[in-house]
Design a binder for this molecule. Structure first.
Ligand SMILES: CCCCCCc1ccc(Oc2ccc(Oc3cccc(O)n3)cc2)c(O)c1
Length: 245
């Protein structure tokens, strides 16, 4: 969930999963994204991916996704949730200016969508599975301008823990990757984004920014049996920047 273009984190993960032989199902937010993603799919090893439109703000759309996959006889073994949204004007300036509608939108799209899709896909994971979502350091510490998205990501990380508790009995693990900043279409929506890349290059233990491939490798680990005893966890893939004061 969440491939917008070739720079999307979800696309980096999809490419790595394809390399490991996974069969992929993509959900896109709007039909105009279909052209983009179908062009990307030609570069994959497997050519049997499915592309399904999904508006995560509509319960009937999420139920429709589960029904469609059920009809296609698909068994789900992994879910990558890489979707978030906020009002652009609320990703800048003071957090205290966040309005009721903006707060709702950020939490509904960026947090509740994980709960709703996890519930809908649970019956399609009879063999157990692994759910991975994306978060950011702004959930743990103040990152100016990240604002309501930081509050939403804190809720997302708590949701990962509660979902891990509920789904553990079904052999379904739930984890988050806290990725360092990557220049994606979403990142452009956060004021002050470019400035932070330079700070990371100067201060992160590994003295560099991270790439799609850095995140994808840990995602494949979390989606594979190698992480079979890991659930409810947040793994920082950020060149170590989170350890700095
Ligand atoms: C000043 C903070 C710099 C580091 C930000 C790193 C980051 C980059 C991108 C991230 O992903 C999103 C996804 C959606 C999002 O909300 C958006 C993005 C564009 C337009 C819009 O209406 N909402 C904001 C960030 C994210 O969660 C975190």
């Amino acid at each position: 969930m969440g491939v917008a273009n070739e720079r999307s984190i979800a696309w980096g993960i999809a490419r790595a999963l394809d390399r490991e032989g996974a069969r992929l199902v993509f959900t896109i937010r709007s039909p105009r994204r279909r052209k983009n993603i179908e062009a990307l799919l030609t570069g994959l090893t497997r050519q049997d991916a499915l592309v399904i439109e999904l508006d995560v703000e509509r319960d009937e759309a999420i139920d429709g996704l589960a029904a469609f996959l059920q009809k296609e006889g698909v068994t789900v073994h992994g879910l990558v949730h890489s979707v978030a949204l906020a009002r652009p004007e609320e990703l800048a300036g003071e957090f205290i200016a966040t309005g009721r509608e903006g707060f709702r939108l950020a939490h509904e799209v960026s947090v509740y969508s994980l709960v709703a899709v996890s519930r809908a896909l649970r019956p399609l994971m009879p063999d157990g599975g692994s759910i991975v979502t994306l978060t950011y350091l702004g959930s743990e510490r103040v990152v100016p301008n990240y604002n309501v998205m930081g509050v939403a990501k804190a809720a997302l990380e708590a949701s990962v823990r509660y979902l891990a508790y509920d789904l553990g009995k079904d052999g379904i693990r739930v984890n988050a990757i806290s990725a360092g900043p990557i220049r994606t279409v979403s990142a452009r929506g956060v004021s002050g984004f470019s400035a932070i890349l330079k700070v990371i290059e100067e201060r992160a233990p590994l003295r560099r920014n991270i790439t799609l491939e850095d995140v994808a490798g840990v995602a494949v680990f979390l989606l594979s049996d190698l992480s079979r005893a890991v659930t409810g966890e947040v793994i920082h893939v950020d060149a170590g920047y989170h350890v700095m004061g």
